[in-house]
Design a protein around this ligand. Structure first.
Ligand SMILES: Nc1ncnc2c1ncn2[C@@H]1O[C@H](COP(=O)(O)OP(=O)(O)OP(=O)(O)O)[C@@H](O)[C@H]1O
Ligand SMILES: [Mg+2]
Length: 472
């Protein structure tokens, strides 16, 4: 076992014991322990106090000691213990795939020992039967989990939907709002429900046929395949994947789904050649199976609106910003004046990525002084501009017109009163507003019993700053 394998293994140990992945500092401590580093050195490298790193380390050894049923485990012997660990039915294979059965801390060096002995202390195994294999995680395409705050109610909602046999879940929200981070947190909470969990990003816009072939390969896992599955069959009509979704309970997560939608068209319209994804999503929702597909996207696919409903197996979660717990981000970045932090969270609507960018800026430019930052009249965008540009680049000319109107309207706008300069008919404007809503760019608020439309301060600032030529 090398340090990377040890980290992967320990991460899963932590995950099954505490329900959480290791965070970056915990990993740094483990790496440090592996390389015989002192706490002081780890603390210096990670810009933390030695006391704090020691505290985190102490808690970490406790977690690992209890997971491995070895009270002696500590920083000094972590490497030796892991190197001598017998990993029953835990195979650390390439491409980030990990098969987990159970673990035991006997002094036999054999990562591929079969016939594992059940271990009651392994929480993962408590929740499932002792037959193997428990779950096949194919998270090669998923990013590493990072610091994560709150989102308890969203996690509960998602868990309930999954337990209620929802087949298609869409998590929607602007870039940086935390869709990927939330789903990474969800996995340990629900993994015992599934035989296979597969994460794929659509960032390179794979055609449906190749995605299906890839998913089928992953679904097969190590199970013997009755006959070679011809790749071209995956391109045929029907849904070859379905056979696997029926025979195993699979959770498939597709991230960055917006890449299969067209720019300069209303939200959720597929790019040419990707229209069959629509039928795929519909098929997954309507066919009978116990698997689940989770989509993470900036835009809501068109079919979803018609398919979703309270008693239907298709649901979507609009992810909003973090609340007061986002203050942890500022604490982590050592910003000053905590009494001003809620104002900052409000201005940037709790978007964790935006808050991280802003906090770094405040630290770099104002030595952490939030009040100095807030004393400027204009809202800082900086690196946010290029993030927002990716969203605005996708808008149609009508959407650009409508959002520019909202940006110039200080109060929430009543769309029954269309201004003359907006050359859109009432039905056109309604369609455009729906599309902007499906992109999470416009919010609806009720005033005097009527729906009014508004946009966030950051988006207003971005549109106002845009050069006139871009607005046309
Ligand atoms: N609940 C949270 N607590 C702390 N940090 C968070 C939280 N959620 C997200 N983040 C951080 O915010 C950043 C953006 O999150 P994430 O990548 O999940 O956004 P996203 O919605 O998937 O964005 P995109 O659509 O661009 O993929 C990441 O650095 C992530 O670690
Ligand atoms: Mg993401």
């Amino acid at each position: 076992m090398d340090v990377e394998e040890a980290l992967k293994f320990t991460d899963h140990l932590a995950l099954t014991t505490t329900g959480k992945h290791l965070d970056s500092l915990q990993k740094a401590i483990l790496r440090g322990a592996w390389n015989n580093q002192k706490y002081k050195e780890i603390a210096q490298e990670h810009h933390r106090s030695e006391k704090y790193v020691k505290e985190v380390g102490f808690k970490l050894w406790k977690i690992l000691s209890s997971a491995l049923d070895d009270e002696q485990l500590c920083k000094a012997n972590f490497r030796a213990k892991l190197e001598n660990l017998r990993v029953g039915n835990v195979s650390l294979v390439g491409n980030g795939c990990i098969h987990i059965g159970n673990i035991s801390a006997e002094n036999v060096h054999s990562p591929e020992v079969s016939q594992p002995e059940p271990q009651d202390k392994d929480k993962f195994n408590e929740k499932t039967s002792n037959s193997e294999p428990k779950v096949h995680l194919d998270l090669a395409d998923a990013p590493e989990p990072n610091l994560f705050y709150n989102r308890t109610s969203e996690l509960t909602t998602l868990e309930n939907w999954i337990l209620g046999r929802t087949r298609l879940i869409t998590i929607l929200g602007l870039s940086g709002i935390g869709k990927t981070a939330l789903t990474l947190q969800l996995i340990p909470q629900i993994q015992h429900e599934f035989d296979r969990i597969i994460w794929r990003s659509l960032r390179n816009s794979p055609p449906l046929a190749s995605l299906q072939t890839d998913l089928i390969k992953s679904c097969r896992g190590d199970a013997p395949v009755p006959a070679p599955y011809p790749e071209e069959k995956a391109t045929a009509e029907g849904l070859p994947l379905l056979e696997y979704l029926r025979s195993h309970r699979c959770l498939i997560i597709l991230d960055d789904v917006q890449t299969i939608f067209s720019s300069q068209q209303l939200a959720g319209n597929y790019q040419p050649g990707y229209e069959n994804y629509g039928a795929f999503f519909k098929h997954i929702t309507e066919s009978s199976h116990n698997s689940c597909l989770i989509l993470l996207s900036w835009e809501k696919p068109r079919e979803i609106a018609a398919l979703e409903g309270e008693n239907r197996p298709c649901k979507s979660l609009q992810l909003n910003g973090l609340g007061p717990e986002a203050q942890e981000i500022f604490r982590e970045k050592s910003l000053a004046e905590p009494e001003k932090w809620s104002e900052l969270i409000d201005l940037y609507r709790g978007n964790p990525l935006w808050l991280n960018i802003v906090a770094t800026f405040i630290q770099d430019l104002f030595g952490g002084s939030v009040s100095e930052f807030l004393s400027y009249d204009t809202l800082f965008l900086g690196d946010l501009e290029s993030l927002l540009h990716q969203h605005f680049d996708r808008l149609t000319a009508s959407e650009q017109q409508a959002i520019a109107w909202l940006a110039n309207t200080p109060e929430p706008a009543d769309i029954s009163k269309i201004p003359e300069n907006l050359q859109l008919s009432p039905p056109e404007l309604l369609k455009v507003m729906q599309s902007l809503g499906r992109r999470s760019l416009v919010e609806t608020v009720k005033q005097n019993g009527r729906s009014h439309f508004t946009i966030w301060p950051v988006i207003r600032e971005y549109i106002t700053n845009k050069t006139p030529s871009k607005n046309e």
